[in-house]
Design a protein. Structure first.
Length: 80
């Protein structure tokens, strides 16, 4: 989580982001000039996500990636 926060605060600011789950595709986009840069970050651990949520904070844009995606209209219930 710290890596994502540092990237947003020190490099990206309010830049528009696009997420590509495949590193080879991200590299091809940069090499072809379709993207100015690609950032490869370590995965965010579930305990860190939970800690941010419990503090009432928001996660940075594109800081998590889940697959399969929940279906529209899916109901989430508290874990407690």
């Amino acid at each position: 989580m710290r890596t994502v926060c540092a990237l947003h605060e020190q490099v990206l600011g309010d830049a528009r982001l696009r997420f590509v789950p495949d590193a080879a595709v991200a590299e091809d986009l940069v090499r072809s000039g379709q993207a100015p840069a690609a950032f490869f970050l370590p995965p965010t651990r579930v305990d860190r996500i939970r800690a941010v949520i419990e503090r009432g904070e928001r996660l940075p844009q594109k800081s998590t990636y889940f697959w399969p995606k929940p279906r529209t209209g899916m109901v989430f219930r508290p874990l407690r």
